[in-house]
Design a protein around this ligand. Structure first.
Ligand SMILES: Cc1cc2nc3c(=O)[nH]c(=O)nc-3n(C[C@H](O)[C@H](O)[C@H](O)COP(=O)(O)OP(=O)(O)OC[C@H]3O[C@@H](n4cnc5c(N)ncnc54)[C@H](O)[C@@H]3O)c2cc1C
Length: 432
């Protein structure tokens, strides 16, 4: 295992099993002039590149490592609709019209992902078998059943699951019940982001991996981006660096987010007997616990199991041991299973639980803060930012001021205290 979260990219199951080849990109000509420059080669950046190229804009995307190196290439692959807030909460927060528009957009975001996969023939094992949200306590069950009812009233064919049905469908005993959202599904995430980049190139975008943008400034009404290889001029810039942002590029951006590692492990391919009992229907699942575990079957029949990791870049073997212990407690039949892969990545959290859109200067469009739901939301954000940069179309989610979190410098002890508080709430039965 790599000593750092960043380096664990190549230890992931997704890296070893990617069906879409790595994007080699074009060699940088030394200087170029485009309509829109994009920084970051994850779902947001690649989706923006594809949308812009299809709209006829000239577009160049710069990724400091390889396409998918950030969270997009290493996540759980659970394509889940919605954001932290339920539709009624969004309406209470933003008013009827805007709240409705946001609820429809975030609820429909998995459609965007699965449509892109079909339209561009992306080889990423899409499976739309739904997402189960399992309640760990009676109070949390009450909340998820309200959530299910809200989506049912908006036309979603939700399924309410009692404890016995949930145990049969997941192989995990002990949940109080839950619901299944049929809009969700699973993908091989690294293959999806590489496929998006491939589609963007086919539509005319230029993509440059191993190309870190070191600085950018406005000059004579255009943006000037500096890379080790040369300079780029652009009318507009889209930034999709989320939890991998560097404050030197967009001042205040990385301090506007809280980062926490999410860690994952993959088992060997499950023997037939276990495969029949653990998520045989292919759903993905996450829990209502604030420090939730999430798991799914991989396309080749393993169990991929994830949970909360450390703050910072160091990989903590003891947290992987705790994750493994939790998995075995929840599914005792896995006591002797071999673990083949362990890896982690950074999740960008916002204080209000919503993704953020910033426009800190004319022609600069920044999106991030998906709070662990970025497959659908960052792909959608990429489209939103592309339409905004190209045609000025405002996204349904209001843009917010780029404001660093005031206590960001002291975040480690504060997050540690927050995690301790979340443990307490989990034990008391509250849920998210
Ligand atoms: C372990 C883990 C599990 C997760 N599980 C799920 C899940 O199951 N479902 C879900 O919906 N979401 C999940 N998420 C969240 C989701 O992966 C992210 O929200 C999403 O990938 C963010 O996409 P992005 O394009 O905004 O950023 P990223 O994919 O992080 O891409 C940002 C990119 O910007 C590049 N970059 C940074 N600075 C520069 C620069 N100066 N120049 C050039 N390039 C730069 C980085 O190298 C990086 O590749 C998970 C996240 C993690 C870490």
């Amino acid at each position: 295992m790599g000593a750092s979260s960043a380096a664990s990219f190549k230890q992931s199951l997704w890296y070893e099993t990617a069906q879409e080849p790595a994007i080699l990109g074009t060699s940088f000509p030394g200087s170029m002039d485009v309509d829109v420059a994009i920084v970051g080669g994850g779902f947001a950046g690649c989706s923006a590149a594809l949308t812009l190229a299809e709209s006829g804009a000239s577009v160049a995307l710069f990724e400091s490592q390889e396409i998918g190196f950030g969270a997009s290439g290493r996540n759980g692959g659970q394509v889940i609709p919605g954001a932290k807030y339920d539709p009624s909460e969004l309406i209470a927060k933003f008013g009827q019209e805007r709240g409705d528009a946001i609820a429809n957009a975030v609820g429909g975001a998995p459609d965007l992902v699965f449509d892109l996969i079909t339209r561009h023939d992306i080889c990423c094992s899409p499976k739309r078998a739904g997402w189960i949200q399992a309640a760990h306590a009676p109070m949390a069950l009450k909340r998820v059943l309200q959530r299910a009812e809200e989506w049912r009233q908006r036309g979603v064919d939700v399924e309410v699951l009692d404890a016995a049905t949930l145990a049969k469908r997941t192989g995990v005993h002990g949940y109080c019940g839950g619901w299944r959202d049929p809009r969700a599904g699973t993908i091989q995430p690294l293959s999806f982001v590489r496929g998006l980049a491939r589609a963007a190139i086919a539509a005319g975008a230029q993509i440059f991996p191993q190309s870190p943008v070191r600085s950018m400034k406005q000059e004579e009404g255009r943006w000037l981006l500096t890379l080790p290889q040369g300079e780029v001029r652009a009318r507009a810039v889209v930034v999709g660096t989320d939890a991998y942002s560097d404050d030197r590029l967009v001042p205040g951006l990385s301090r506007s987010l809280l980062l926490v590692q999410s860690i994952q492990l993959a088992t060997e391919v499950l023997p037939d007997e276990l495969a029949k009992r653990i998520l045989p229907g292919g759903e993905c699942i996450s829990e209502t616990r604030r420090l939730a575990f999430y798991f799914r079957r991989s396309p080749d029949g393993r169990l991929v199991f994830g949970g909360r990791g450390a703050v910072g870049d160091a990989l903590r073997p003891n947290l992987f041991d705790s994750l493994l212990g939790a998995m075995k407690r929840m599914i005792p039949e896995l006591a002797d299973i071999k673990i083949t892969h362990r890896w982690s990545g950074q999740v960008g959290l916002t204080l209000d639980g919503l993704p953020h859109i910033h426009e800190p200067a004319p022609g600069l469009f920044v999106g991030g803060g998906y709070n662990g739901r970025g497959i659908a939301l960052a792909t959608l954000m990429g489209q939103w930012l592309a339409y905004r940069a190209h045609a000025g179309t405002p996204p349904p989610l209001e843009r917010t001021k780029l404001a660093p979190i005031p206590w960001h410098a002291a975040r480690k002890p504060i997050i540690a205290a927050g995690i301790a508080w979340a443990w307490t709430q989990d034990r008391m039965g509250f849920g998210s």
